[in-house]
Design a protein around this ligand. Structure first.
Ligand SMILES: *Cc1c(COP(=O)(O)O)cnc(C)c1O
Length: 497
Protein backbone atom coordinates (compact mmCIF):
# COMPACT_ATOMS: atom_id res chain seq x y z
CA UNK A 1 0.00 0.00 0.00
CA UNK A 2 1.11 3.54 -0.29
CA UNK A 3 1.14 6.89 1.46
CA UNK A 4 -2.06 8.14 -0.17
CA UNK A 5 -4.14 6.09 2.30
CA UNK A 6 -6.34 8.08 4.72
CA UNK A 7 -5.20 8.80 8.26
CA UNK A 8 -5.49 5.95 10.70
CA UNK A 9 -4.86 3.27 8.10
CA UNK A 10 -1.45 1.71 8.34
CA UNK A 11 0.76 2.60 5.41
CA UNK A 12 1.59 -1.05 4.87
CA UNK A 13 -1.30 -3.48 5.22
CA UNK A 14 -0.47 -6.75 6.89
CA UNK A 15 -2.63 -9.38 8.52
CA UNK A 16 -0.53 -9.42 11.67
CA UNK A 17 -2.15 -7.88 14.76
CA UNK A 18 -1.63 -4.12 15.16
CA UNK A 19 -1.07 -4.69 18.89
CA UNK A 20 0.49 -8.03 19.82
CA UNK A 21 -0.40 -7.68 23.50
CA UNK A 22 -4.05 -7.00 22.72
CA UNK A 23 -4.12 -10.00 20.40
CA UNK A 24 -2.67 -12.19 23.14
CA UNK A 25 -5.40 -11.07 25.57
CA UNK A 26 -8.17 -11.83 23.06
CA UNK A 27 -6.66 -15.19 22.12
CA UNK A 28 -6.18 -16.22 25.75
CA UNK A 29 -9.77 -15.25 26.44
CA UNK A 30 -10.96 -17.45 23.59
CA UNK A 31 -8.88 -20.36 24.88
CA UNK A 32 -10.27 -19.92 28.40
CA UNK A 33 -13.79 -19.89 27.07
CA UNK A 34 -13.18 -22.97 24.92
CA UNK A 35 -11.80 -24.88 27.89
CA UNK A 36 -14.69 -23.84 30.16
CA UNK A 37 -17.19 -24.85 27.48
CA UNK A 38 -15.61 -28.25 27.03
CA UNK A 39 -15.36 -28.85 30.78
CA UNK A 40 -19.11 -28.18 31.10
CA UNK A 41 -20.22 -30.11 28.00
CA UNK A 42 -22.19 -32.63 30.02
CA UNK A 43 -24.42 -29.86 31.41
CA UNK A 44 -25.39 -28.65 27.96
CA UNK A 45 -28.05 -30.16 25.73
CA UNK A 46 -26.64 -32.51 23.12
CA UNK A 47 -28.02 -30.19 20.44
CA UNK A 48 -30.22 -27.12 20.19
CA UNK A 49 -32.18 -25.85 17.18
CA UNK A 50 -30.67 -22.66 15.72
CA UNK A 51 -32.82 -19.59 16.55
CA UNK A 52 -33.90 -17.60 13.51
CA UNK A 53 -31.97 -14.53 14.72
CA UNK A 54 -28.79 -16.58 14.74
CA UNK A 55 -29.48 -17.90 11.24
CA UNK A 56 -30.06 -14.34 10.08
CA UNK A 57 -26.78 -13.22 11.61
CA UNK A 58 -25.12 -15.65 9.20
CA UNK A 59 -26.76 -14.07 6.15
CA UNK A 60 -24.97 -10.74 6.16
CA UNK A 61 -23.42 -8.86 3.25
CA UNK A 62 -19.80 -9.42 2.34
CA UNK A 63 -17.80 -7.40 4.89
CA UNK A 64 -15.82 -4.69 3.15
CA UNK A 65 -14.68 -2.82 6.24
CA UNK A 66 -12.74 -4.17 9.23
CA UNK A 67 -14.22 -5.20 12.59
CA UNK A 68 -12.11 -5.31 15.76
CA UNK A 69 -11.00 -8.86 16.54
CA UNK A 70 -12.59 -8.99 20.00
CA UNK A 71 -15.98 -8.30 18.40
CA UNK A 72 -15.36 -10.86 15.67
CA UNK A 73 -14.56 -13.50 18.29
CA UNK A 74 -17.72 -12.64 20.24
CA UNK A 75 -19.75 -12.90 17.05
CA UNK A 76 -18.22 -16.30 16.37
CA UNK A 77 -19.20 -17.54 19.83
CA UNK A 78 -22.72 -16.16 19.80
CA UNK A 79 -23.52 -16.67 16.14
CA UNK A 80 -21.73 -19.93 15.33
CA UNK A 81 -20.01 -21.78 18.14
CA UNK A 82 -23.02 -21.84 20.44
CA UNK A 83 -25.01 -24.08 18.08
CA UNK A 84 -22.73 -26.99 17.20
CA UNK A 85 -23.67 -30.36 15.76
CA UNK A 86 -23.22 -31.87 19.19
CA UNK A 87 -20.77 -34.66 18.49
CA UNK A 88 -18.51 -33.49 21.32
CA UNK A 89 -21.30 -34.31 23.81
CA UNK A 90 -21.15 -37.57 25.80
CA UNK A 91 -24.57 -38.69 24.50
CA UNK A 92 -23.98 -38.06 20.80
CA UNK A 93 -23.89 -41.37 18.91
CA UNK A 94 -25.16 -40.47 15.44
CA UNK A 95 -23.63 -41.94 12.30
CA UNK A 96 -20.05 -42.66 13.25
CA UNK A 97 -17.67 -39.93 14.24
CA UNK A 98 -15.18 -38.77 16.78
CA UNK A 99 -15.96 -36.53 19.74
CA UNK A 100 -12.94 -34.22 19.20
CA UNK A 101 -10.52 -33.23 21.94
CA UNK A 102 -8.89 -30.13 23.33
CA UNK A 103 -5.38 -31.42 22.72
CA UNK A 104 -6.35 -32.03 19.12
CA UNK A 105 -7.79 -28.52 18.93
CA UNK A 106 -4.63 -27.07 20.41
CA UNK A 107 -2.62 -29.05 17.88
CA UNK A 108 -4.74 -27.70 15.03
CA UNK A 109 -4.00 -24.19 16.24
CA UNK A 110 -0.28 -24.87 16.52
CA UNK A 111 -0.23 -26.58 13.12
CA UNK A 112 -1.86 -23.52 11.62
CA UNK A 113 0.68 -21.28 13.32
CA UNK A 114 3.45 -23.45 11.89
CA UNK A 115 1.66 -22.98 8.59
CA UNK A 116 3.68 -25.54 6.62
CA UNK A 117 2.34 -26.97 3.38
CA UNK A 118 2.48 -30.74 3.64
CA UNK A 119 2.60 -31.13 -0.12
CA UNK A 120 6.23 -31.73 0.56
CA UNK A 121 9.53 -30.06 1.28
CA UNK A 122 12.24 -30.49 3.86
CA UNK A 123 10.73 -29.36 7.14
CA UNK A 124 9.82 -30.96 10.44
CA UNK A 125 6.08 -30.99 9.72
CA UNK A 126 6.70 -33.39 6.83
CA UNK A 127 8.86 -35.57 9.07
CA UNK A 128 6.04 -35.49 11.63
CA UNK A 129 3.61 -36.86 9.05
CA UNK A 130 6.06 -39.63 8.16
CA UNK A 131 6.31 -40.47 11.86
CA UNK A 132 2.53 -40.58 12.24
CA UNK A 133 2.12 -42.79 9.18
CA UNK A 134 4.71 -45.15 10.60
CA UNK A 135 2.87 -45.32 13.93
CA UNK A 136 -0.48 -46.00 12.24
CA UNK A 137 1.21 -48.64 10.10
CA UNK A 138 2.40 -50.39 13.26
CA UNK A 139 -1.04 -50.22 14.85
CA UNK A 140 -2.62 -52.17 11.99
CA UNK A 141 0.33 -54.51 11.54
CA UNK A 142 1.45 -53.45 8.08
CA UNK A 143 5.07 -54.30 7.20
CA UNK A 144 7.94 -51.88 7.52
CA UNK A 145 8.33 -50.07 4.21
CA UNK A 146 4.61 -49.83 3.54
CA UNK A 147 3.49 -46.43 2.34
CA UNK A 148 0.81 -44.12 3.57
CA UNK A 149 -0.66 -40.66 3.58
CA UNK A 150 -2.96 -38.63 5.75
CA UNK A 151 -6.17 -37.60 4.01
CA UNK A 152 -9.23 -35.51 4.67
CA UNK A 153 -10.96 -38.63 5.96
CA UNK A 154 -11.86 -42.22 5.26
CA UNK A 155 -13.65 -41.48 2.00
CA UNK A 156 -10.53 -40.15 0.35
CA UNK A 157 -8.38 -42.77 2.06
CA UNK A 158 -10.59 -45.46 0.47
CA UNK A 159 -10.50 -43.65 -2.89
CA UNK A 160 -6.70 -43.69 -2.76
CA UNK A 161 -6.61 -47.40 -1.95
CA UNK A 162 -9.08 -48.25 -4.72
CA UNK A 163 -7.19 -46.08 -7.20
CA UNK A 164 -3.98 -48.01 -6.54
CA UNK A 165 -5.94 -51.27 -6.77
CA UNK A 166 -7.46 -50.29 -10.12
CA UNK A 167 -4.19 -49.08 -11.60
CA UNK A 168 -2.17 -52.07 -10.43
CA UNK A 169 -4.76 -54.67 -11.44
CA UNK A 170 -5.20 -53.16 -14.91
CA UNK A 171 -1.84 -54.63 -15.87
CA UNK A 172 -1.14 -51.72 -18.21
CA UNK A 173 -0.44 -48.02 -17.93
CA UNK A 174 -3.96 -47.05 -17.00
CA UNK A 175 -2.95 -43.50 -16.10
CA UNK A 176 -1.84 -42.92 -19.66
CA UNK A 177 -4.28 -45.09 -21.58
CA UNK A 178 -7.47 -44.82 -19.60
CA UNK A 179 -10.12 -47.45 -18.96
CA UNK A 180 -11.14 -47.60 -22.63
CA UNK A 181 -7.92 -49.48 -23.40
CA UNK A 182 -8.74 -52.36 -21.04
CA UNK A 183 -9.49 -55.64 -22.81
CA UNK A 184 -11.93 -56.65 -20.06
CA UNK A 185 -13.65 -54.37 -17.54
CA UNK A 186 -12.43 -54.59 -13.96
CA UNK A 187 -14.80 -55.71 -11.27
CA UNK A 188 -14.57 -54.97 -7.54
CA UNK A 189 -16.49 -56.77 -4.79
CA UNK A 190 -17.83 -55.62 -1.46
CA UNK A 191 -20.63 -56.69 0.82
CA UNK A 192 -24.09 -55.16 0.54
CA UNK A 193 -23.23 -53.31 3.77
CA UNK A 194 -20.29 -51.42 2.24
CA UNK A 195 -20.00 -47.69 2.95
CA UNK A 196 -21.32 -45.34 0.25
CA UNK A 197 -17.89 -43.79 -0.31
CA UNK A 198 -16.90 -46.90 -2.28
CA UNK A 199 -19.67 -46.33 -4.79
CA UNK A 200 -18.52 -42.74 -5.16
CA UNK A 201 -14.96 -44.03 -5.57
CA UNK A 202 -15.75 -46.44 -8.43
CA UNK A 203 -17.86 -43.74 -10.05
CA UNK A 204 -15.01 -41.23 -9.79
CA UNK A 205 -12.57 -43.85 -11.05
CA UNK A 206 -14.61 -44.07 -14.23
CA UNK A 207 -15.51 -47.70 -13.65
CA UNK A 208 -19.15 -47.03 -12.90
CA UNK A 209 -21.26 -48.25 -10.03
CA UNK A 210 -21.93 -51.50 -11.90
CA UNK A 211 -18.27 -52.40 -11.49
CA UNK A 212 -18.79 -52.68 -7.75
CA UNK A 213 -20.64 -55.94 -7.21
CA UNK A 214 -22.43 -56.17 -3.88
CA UNK A 215 -22.20 -59.55 -2.23
CA UNK A 216 -25.06 -60.57 0.05
CA UNK A 217 -24.61 -60.74 3.81
CA UNK A 218 -26.18 -63.11 6.28
CA UNK A 219 -28.07 -62.18 9.46
CA UNK A 220 -24.68 -61.32 11.00
CA UNK A 221 -24.21 -58.67 8.27
CA UNK A 222 -20.87 -60.21 7.20
CA UNK A 223 -20.00 -61.00 3.61
CA UNK A 224 -21.12 -64.44 2.44
CA UNK A 225 -17.88 -66.09 1.32
CA UNK A 226 -19.55 -68.72 -0.83
CA UNK A 227 -21.57 -66.07 -2.63
CA UNK A 228 -18.37 -64.09 -3.24
CA UNK A 229 -16.59 -67.08 -4.74
CA UNK A 230 -19.56 -67.79 -7.00
CA UNK A 231 -19.73 -64.16 -8.11
CA UNK A 232 -16.06 -64.14 -9.06
CA UNK A 233 -16.47 -67.33 -11.15
CA UNK A 234 -19.58 -65.97 -12.82
CA UNK A 235 -17.91 -62.68 -13.66
CA UNK A 236 -14.84 -64.37 -15.13
CA UNK A 237 -17.09 -66.47 -17.34
CA UNK A 238 -18.95 -63.37 -18.45
CA UNK A 239 -15.86 -61.42 -19.47
CA UNK A 240 -15.15 -59.26 -16.45
CA UNK A 241 -11.73 -59.16 -14.82
CA UNK A 242 -12.28 -59.71 -11.09
CA UNK A 243 -9.78 -57.31 -9.55
CA UNK A 244 -10.36 -56.31 -5.95
CA UNK A 245 -12.26 -57.30 -2.83
CA UNK A 246 -13.19 -54.53 -0.42
CA UNK A 247 -13.61 -55.90 3.09
CA UNK A 248 -15.38 -53.88 5.74
CA UNK A 249 -13.60 -54.11 9.07
CA UNK A 250 -16.53 -52.68 10.91
CA UNK A 251 -19.50 -51.91 8.64
CA UNK A 252 -21.03 -48.51 9.03
CA UNK A 253 -24.51 -49.94 9.60
CA UNK A 254 -23.85 -52.47 12.35
CA UNK A 255 -20.08 -52.72 12.94
CA UNK A 256 -19.92 -56.22 11.44
CA UNK A 257 -16.46 -57.39 10.44
CA UNK A 258 -16.13 -59.32 7.19
CA UNK A 259 -14.14 -62.58 7.49
CA UNK A 260 -10.74 -60.98 6.99
CA UNK A 261 -8.46 -64.06 7.08
CA UNK A 262 -10.69 -65.95 4.64
CA UNK A 263 -10.86 -62.93 2.33
CA UNK A 264 -7.08 -62.49 2.50
CA UNK A 265 -6.67 -66.17 1.52
CA UNK A 266 -9.18 -65.88 -1.31
CA UNK A 267 -7.50 -62.77 -2.70
CA UNK A 268 -4.10 -64.42 -2.53
CA UNK A 269 -5.32 -67.62 -4.19
CA UNK A 270 -7.21 -65.87 -6.97
CA UNK A 271 -4.82 -63.00 -7.53
CA UNK A 272 -7.15 -60.20 -6.41
CA UNK A 273 -6.26 -56.97 -4.63
CA UNK A 274 -7.34 -57.00 -0.97
CA UNK A 275 -8.55 -53.63 0.28
CA UNK A 276 -9.83 -53.17 3.82
CA UNK A 277 -12.09 -50.33 4.85
CA UNK A 278 -11.03 -50.08 8.48
CA UNK A 279 -12.55 -46.66 9.19
CA UNK A 280 -14.53 -48.09 12.07
CA UNK A 281 -12.63 -51.17 13.19
CA UNK A 282 -8.93 -50.78 12.42
CA UNK A 283 -8.14 -48.79 15.55
CA UNK A 284 -9.83 -51.43 17.72
CA UNK A 285 -6.51 -53.20 17.26
CA UNK A 286 -5.43 -50.95 20.14
CA UNK A 287 -7.73 -52.78 22.55
CA UNK A 288 -5.97 -56.05 23.41
CA UNK A 289 -9.34 -57.64 24.27
CA UNK A 290 -10.72 -56.85 20.82
CA UNK A 291 -7.66 -56.95 18.58
CA UNK A 292 -8.27 -60.63 17.65
CA UNK A 293 -11.53 -59.56 15.96
CA UNK A 294 -9.33 -57.78 13.43
CA UNK A 295 -7.00 -60.69 12.71
CA UNK A 296 -6.00 -60.61 9.07
CA UNK A 297 -6.25 -56.84 8.67
CA UNK A 298 -2.49 -56.57 8.34
CA UNK A 299 -2.62 -58.78 5.23
CA UNK A 300 -4.45 -56.13 3.20
CA UNK A 301 -2.85 -54.62 0.11
CA UNK A 302 -4.39 -51.30 1.01
CA UNK A 303 -6.28 -50.04 4.02
CA UNK A 304 -8.26 -46.99 5.05
CA UNK A 305 -8.53 -45.89 8.65
CA UNK A 306 -9.87 -42.81 10.32
CA UNK A 307 -8.04 -41.03 13.15
CA UNK A 308 -10.84 -38.47 13.32
CA UNK A 309 -13.07 -41.28 14.54
CA UNK A 310 -11.30 -43.58 16.99
CA UNK A 311 -8.51 -41.17 17.99
CA UNK A 312 -10.89 -38.19 18.39
CA UNK A 313 -8.63 -35.73 16.66
CA UNK A 314 -10.70 -32.82 15.33
CA UNK A 315 -11.88 -33.18 11.75
CA UNK A 316 -10.26 -33.81 9.39
CA UNK A 317 -7.82 -36.71 9.46
CA UNK A 318 -8.05 -40.01 7.64
CA UNK A 319 -5.25 -42.29 6.55
CA UNK A 320 -4.56 -44.51 3.54
CA UNK A 321 -1.94 -47.23 3.83
CA UNK A 322 -0.59 -49.21 0.88
CA UNK A 323 1.57 -52.29 1.37
CA UNK A 324 3.51 -51.83 -1.90
CA UNK A 325 5.06 -48.36 -1.64
CA UNK A 326 5.98 -48.33 -5.31
CA UNK A 327 2.43 -49.13 -6.40
CA UNK A 328 1.24 -46.26 -4.23
CA UNK A 329 3.64 -43.73 -5.78
CA UNK A 330 3.01 -45.07 -9.29
CA UNK A 331 -0.63 -44.07 -8.97
CA UNK A 332 -0.10 -40.46 -7.94
CA UNK A 333 3.46 -39.28 -8.64
CA UNK A 334 4.02 -36.79 -11.41
CA UNK A 335 7.04 -34.93 -12.55
CA UNK A 336 6.17 -31.26 -12.80
CA UNK A 337 8.91 -28.86 -13.85
CA UNK A 338 7.78 -26.35 -11.23
CA UNK A 339 8.21 -29.00 -8.54
CA UNK A 340 11.71 -30.21 -9.26
CA UNK A 341 13.39 -31.77 -6.26
CA UNK A 342 16.57 -29.97 -5.18
CA UNK A 343 19.79 -31.33 -3.74
CA UNK A 344 19.57 -29.19 -0.64
CA UNK A 345 17.23 -26.69 0.92
CA UNK A 346 13.48 -26.64 1.25
CA UNK A 347 12.76 -28.54 -1.99
CA UNK A 348 15.04 -31.44 -1.02
CA UNK A 349 12.54 -33.17 1.20
CA UNK A 350 10.53 -35.20 -1.29
CA UNK A 351 6.91 -34.79 -2.27
CA UNK A 352 4.09 -36.01 -0.08
CA UNK A 353 1.74 -34.82 -2.81
CA UNK A 354 2.96 -37.83 -4.82
CA UNK A 355 0.91 -40.05 -2.50
CA UNK A 356 -2.54 -38.62 -3.01
CA UNK A 357 -4.85 -36.22 -4.72
CA UNK A 358 -4.18 -32.84 -3.14
CA UNK A 359 -1.26 -30.58 -3.99
CA UNK A 360 -1.41 -28.25 -1.01
CA UNK A 361 -1.90 -30.31 2.12
CA UNK A 362 -2.56 -29.17 5.69
CA UNK A 363 -0.50 -30.18 8.68
CA UNK A 364 -2.96 -32.83 9.89
CA UNK A 365 -0.21 -34.93 11.35
CA UNK A 366 0.44 -32.72 14.37
CA UNK A 367 -2.91 -33.43 16.04
CA UNK A 368 -2.47 -37.17 15.59
CA UNK A 369 1.14 -36.96 16.81
CA UNK A 370 0.23 -34.88 19.87
CA UNK A 371 -2.75 -37.06 20.79
CA UNK A 372 -0.74 -40.29 20.51
CA UNK A 373 2.15 -38.76 22.47
CA UNK A 374 -0.01 -37.33 25.24
CA UNK A 375 -2.24 -40.34 25.79
CA UNK A 376 -0.28 -43.31 24.48
CA UNK A 377 -1.85 -46.17 22.57
CA UNK A 378 -2.86 -48.06 25.73
CA UNK A 379 -5.30 -45.34 26.80
CA UNK A 380 -6.88 -45.24 23.35
CA UNK A 381 -7.20 -49.01 23.53
CA UNK A 382 -8.99 -48.75 26.87
CA UNK A 383 -11.38 -46.08 25.56
CA UNK A 384 -12.18 -48.04 22.39
CA UNK A 385 -12.66 -51.17 24.50
CA UNK A 386 -14.93 -49.28 26.90
CA UNK A 387 -17.07 -48.02 23.99
CA UNK A 388 -17.45 -51.62 22.80
CA UNK A 389 -18.41 -52.67 26.33
CA UNK A 390 -20.95 -49.85 26.42
CA UNK A 391 -22.46 -51.06 23.14
CA UNK A 392 -22.80 -54.51 24.70
CA UNK A 393 -24.38 -52.90 27.77
CA UNK A 394 -26.89 -51.13 25.56
CA UNK A 395 -27.49 -54.38 23.68
CA UNK A 396 -28.13 -56.23 26.95
CA UNK A 397 -30.52 -53.48 28.10
CA UNK A 398 -32.41 -53.83 24.81
CA UNK A 399 -32.57 -57.61 25.05
CA UNK A 400 -33.92 -57.37 28.59
CA UNK A 401 -36.73 -54.96 27.71
CA UNK A 402 -40.07 -56.27 26.38
CA UNK A 403 -40.64 -53.27 24.06
CA UNK A 404 -37.10 -53.00 22.63
CA UNK A 405 -35.79 -55.23 19.84
CA UNK A 406 -32.18 -55.50 18.71
CA UNK A 407 -31.80 -55.58 14.92
CA UNK A 408 -28.26 -56.93 14.58
CA UNK A 409 -25.46 -58.48 16.62
CA UNK A 410 -23.17 -56.13 18.54
CA UNK A 411 -19.60 -56.67 17.35
CA UNK A 412 -17.87 -53.34 17.92
CA UNK A 413 -19.36 -50.11 19.25
CA UNK A 414 -22.56 -49.94 17.16
CA UNK A 415 -26.06 -50.96 18.27
CA UNK A 416 -29.14 -51.14 16.02
CA UNK A 417 -32.54 -51.58 17.65
CA UNK A 418 -36.04 -50.26 17.78
CA UNK A 419 -38.85 -49.49 20.12
CA UNK A 420 -41.67 -51.85 19.26
CA UNK A 421 -44.89 -51.86 21.31
CA UNK A 422 -46.28 -54.63 19.07
CA UNK A 423 -49.11 -54.63 16.58
CA UNK A 424 -47.85 -51.78 14.35
CA UNK A 425 -47.31 -52.05 10.61
CA UNK A 426 -43.74 -51.44 9.39
CA UNK A 427 -44.35 -47.87 8.14
CA UNK A 428 -45.96 -46.78 11.41
CA UNK A 429 -43.24 -48.46 13.41
CA UNK A 430 -40.59 -46.64 11.38
CA UNK A 431 -42.39 -43.30 11.86
CA UNK A 432 -42.64 -43.97 15.59
CA UNK A 433 -38.92 -44.65 15.92
CA UNK A 434 -37.99 -41.65 13.79
CA UNK A 435 -40.20 -39.53 16.05
CA UNK A 436 -38.43 -40.89 19.14
CA UNK A 437 -35.08 -40.04 17.53
CA UNK A 438 -36.11 -36.47 16.69
CA UNK A 439 -37.65 -35.78 20.10
CA UNK A 440 -34.57 -36.96 21.97
CA UNK A 441 -32.48 -34.66 19.81
CA UNK A 442 -34.79 -31.68 20.18
CA UNK A 443 -34.94 -32.18 23.93
CA UNK A 444 -31.15 -32.32 23.98
CA UNK A 445 -31.17 -35.70 25.73
CA UNK A 446 -29.34 -37.97 23.30
CA UNK A 447 -28.50 -38.18 19.62
CA UNK A 448 -29.28 -41.48 17.90
CA UNK A 449 -29.47 -41.84 14.13
CA UNK A 450 -31.69 -44.25 12.25
CA UNK A 451 -31.02 -46.81 9.56
CA UNK A 452 -32.43 -49.85 7.85
CA UNK A 453 -30.77 -53.22 8.37
CA UNK A 454 -31.87 -55.99 6.00
CA UNK A 455 -35.16 -54.18 5.47
CA UNK A 456 -35.83 -53.44 9.13
CA UNK A 457 -35.87 -49.80 10.19
CA UNK A 458 -34.61 -48.79 13.59
CA UNK A 459 -32.44 -46.55 15.71
CA UNK A 460 -28.69 -46.75 15.69
CA UNK A 461 -26.12 -45.79 18.31
CA UNK A 462 -22.48 -45.53 17.23
CA UNK A 463 -20.69 -45.14 20.53
CA UNK A 464 -17.39 -43.73 19.34
CA UNK A 465 -17.10 -41.23 22.17
CA UNK A 466 -14.41 -40.89 24.83
CA UNK A 467 -16.80 -38.96 27.09
CA UNK A 468 -19.63 -41.51 27.22
CA UNK A 469 -20.22 -43.18 30.59
CA UNK A 470 -22.28 -46.26 31.42
CA UNK A 471 -24.86 -43.94 33.04
CA UNK A 472 -25.20 -42.12 29.71
CA UNK A 473 -26.12 -45.42 28.08
CA UNK A 474 -28.75 -46.18 30.74
CA UNK A 475 -30.16 -42.64 30.68
CA UNK A 476 -30.55 -42.62 26.92
CA UNK A 477 -32.12 -46.06 26.72
CA UNK A 478 -34.60 -45.13 29.46
CA UNK A 479 -35.46 -41.98 27.49
CA UNK A 480 -36.14 -44.06 24.37
CA UNK A 481 -38.56 -46.25 26.29
CA UNK A 482 -40.23 -43.31 28.06
CA UNK A 483 -40.69 -41.40 24.80
CA UNK A 484 -41.86 -44.49 22.96
CA UNK A 485 -44.40 -45.28 25.67
CA UNK A 486 -45.70 -41.70 25.59
CA UNK A 487 -46.02 -41.70 21.82
CA UNK A 488 -47.62 -45.12 21.71
CA UNK A 489 -50.47 -43.72 23.84
CA UNK A 490 -51.25 -41.07 21.22
CA UNK A 491 -53.59 -42.08 18.39
CA UNK A 492 -51.55 -42.72 15.25
CA UNK A 493 -53.20 -39.95 13.20
CA UNK A 494 -52.35 -37.37 15.90
CA UNK A 495 -48.68 -38.20 15.82
CA UNK A 496 -46.50 -35.99 13.66
CA UNK A 497 -44.92 -38.49 11.26
C1 LIG B 1 -16.72 -43.00 8.22
C2 LIG B 1 -16.57 -44.09 7.24
C3 LIG B 1 -16.13 -43.84 5.95
C4 LIG B 1 -15.93 -42.45 5.42
O1 LIG B 1 -14.94 -41.78 6.13
P1 LIG B 1 -14.97 -40.18 6.28
O2 LIG B 1 -13.90 -39.95 7.27
O3 LIG B 1 -16.33 -39.81 6.74
O4 LIG B 1 -14.66 -39.63 4.94
C5 LIG B 1 -15.89 -44.93 5.14
N1 LIG B 1 -16.13 -46.18 5.56
C6 LIG B 1 -16.58 -46.44 6.79
C7 LIG B 1 -16.80 -47.86 7.21
C8 LIG B 1 -16.82 -45.40 7.67
O5 LIG B 1 -17.30 -45.65 8.89
Amino acid sequence: MDARLPDGVRAVDTLDPPDWGAFARIAHGAVDRAIARTAALRDRPVWRPIPQAVRNSLRQPLPEEPTPLDRVVDQAWDGVLDYPMGNTHPRFWMWYMGASSLTGALADFLAAVDGSNLGGGDHAAAECERQVIDWLRQIVGFPDGASGTLTSGGSVANLIGLTVARNRMAGMDLREQGLAALPRPLRFYASDQVHGCHQKAVELLGMGNRALRRIPTGPDCRMDMAALARAIDEDRAEGWQPACVIASAGTVNTGAIDPLPALADLCRDRGLWFHVDGCIGALARLSPRHAPLLDGIGRADSLALDPHKGLHVPFEAGCALVRDAEAHRDSFALHSPYLDPALRGIAAGGWLLDLGIQTTRGFRALKVWMMLREHGTARFGRIIGRNIDQARRMGAGIDAHPRLTRLSPVTLDIVCFRYDPGGLDPATLAALNAEIMMRLQEQGIAAFSDTTVHGQHGLRAAICNHRTTDEDIDTALAAVVRTGDELAQVPIHARPA
